[in-house]
Design a protein around this ligand. Structure first.
Ligand code: S3P
Length: 432
């Protein structure tokens, strides 16, 4: 689907941040691991998170919609049902990498996970390595890619040092740890999003967190009260970037997750000189159990270039394409380092962002682990191919609003993977 985003007048008004994708995946998975029904409000109704609902149903959970509420009745921590067909994760990398942690500890079961062509290009060896160290039996194509087969069995706890900070891998190992013998510790080289730790704590699990290490002990059962999924900072980031770039804009984003491990993009944006006001969580609160929510007030303004260093990357990983776009409009150079993980996302986001923005007139080049942009204060416009990547599609749309000539996005339908209401929210803020 081709959509044209013409240069626009200001974005103005209030918008509810769309529900968080990361937390929706986790809420459904953890609810399915509980014995008692778990009501979830704010669950994201998008392709990725619907794949997770279908997966937990295939594993024996009952999922009922009651108005705004979703009720998940799990099979329980040790009772995932045998699935006759392969579990189709669609485009959802989080589902592909987190679910095997649960399945690996289900004695006697055997499951295959598969997905779309993009998923089949994304490595699963990063979870296979620690799960094998715990005693799991696994098979992957070329020992690296989906389809991925997990044979459940007895697991033993390990201490695992993540080679690269990844919330998906951390979550997978911690969940397997709930089913293992003895404690399991994951050590991260840098902080990544901590939704799993917070939800586990809310489910009654003792989660010890100190000096970059997270430890859990085996559990008999999980017990989760009602879960509310707040708004997604990664989805809201597209609206925020549009408001910063289009002169005269001022928007308020309501109900957004303010978790310190998710709002690294806003810290980068502030450093670039943008005016972003909101009650964001302080770093020393990062060991909290709850998911704080905030209201953001954003206005358009001039930007200066910045350097994003490796330690910041996991805290803004999904928003780095927007940093490249903002860099086009900033004064001076914007550089991102230590972001080689971008090559393993829904598309190779170093290549697709650099090629896509260059095609619109940007002065940008790829590096081995990121990119460098020389700001020219403007972007000509043109055509951008989303390559089936939801975040690239929305990047093209925002680029179009801020450009001289507009941007035609090829493959705009990809936005429905994480943010089906994106175009409607943009139209509402434009007063269309
Ligand atoms: C996610 C973690 C990140 C992120 C992805 C969602 C999660 O991936 O890019 O969109 O929900 O845990 P990595 O853990 O691979 O960095």
């Amino acid at each position: 689907m081709r959509r044209v985003f013409a240069p626009s007048g200001p974005l103005r008004g209030t918008v509810a941040a769309p529900p968080d994708k990361s937390l929706s995946h986790r809420a459904a998975l953890f609810a399915a691991m509980c014995d008692d029904p778990v009501p979830i409000t704010g669950y994201l109704d998008a392709a990725d998170t619907n794949s997770t609902l279908a997966a937990v149903q295939a594993l024996g959970a009952l999922v009922e919609r009651r108005g705004e509420e979703l009720v998940v009745r799990g099979p329980g921590l040790r009772a995932a049902a045998a699935a006759e067909a392969p579990i189709d994760v669609g485009n959802a990398g989080t589902l592909m990498r987190v679910l095997p942690g649960w399945l690996a500890g289900q004695e006697g079961g055997r499951w295959t996970l598969d997905g779309d062509p993009s998923i089949r290009r994304r490595p699963v060896d990063r979870i296979a390595e620690p799960l094998r160290a715990m005693g799991a039996r696994l098979r992957a194509r070329e020992d690296r890619y989906p389809p991925f087969t997990v044979e459940g069995g007895a697991l033993r706890g390990i201490e695992y040092r993540l080679p690269v900070a990844s919330a998906q891998v951390k979550s997978c190992v911690l969940i397997a740890g709930l089913l293992a013998e003895g404690p399991t510790t994951v050590v991260e080289p840098a902080p990544s999003r901590d939704h799993t730790e917070r939800l586990l704590a809310a489910a009654g699990v003792r989660v010890d967190r100190a000096d970059g290490a997270v430890t859990v002990a085996p559990q008999d059962e999980l017990e989760l009260g009602a879960v509310h999924v707040p708004g997604d900072p990664s989805s809201a980031a597209f609206l925020v970037a549009a408001a910063v770039l289009v002169p005269g804009s001022r928007i308020v984003v309501e109900g957004m997750a303010a978790n310190w491990t998710r709002v690294g993009f806003l810290r980068i944006l502030e450093r670039m000189g943008a005016i972003v006001l909101g009650d964001l969580e302080a770093p020393d609160a990062a060991a909290a159990d709850a998911e704080p929510v905030c209201e953001l007030d954003v206005a358009a303004g001039p930007l200066t270039g910045t350097a994003v260093e490796p330690g910041e990357v996991p805290l803004a990983i999904d928003e780095l394409p927007l940093v490249a776009l903002l860099g086009c409009f900033a004064e001076g150079e914007t550089v991102v380092r230590g972001a080689q993980e971008l090559r393993l996302k829904e598309s190779d986001r170093i290549a697709t962002v650099v090629d896509g923005l260059r095609g619109l007139g940007a002065d940008i080049e790829a590096t081995a682990d990121g990119f460098a942009v020389r700001g020219t204060g403007r972007l000509r416009g043109g055509t951008l191919d989303a390559h089936g990547d939801h975040r690239l599609a929305m990047l093209g749309a925002v680029a179009g609003l801020a450009s001289d000539d507009g941007v035609a996005v090829e493959g705009m339908e990809a936005a429905a993977v994480s943010y089906p209401g994106f175009e409607a929210d943009v139209a509402a803020l434009l007063g269309a």
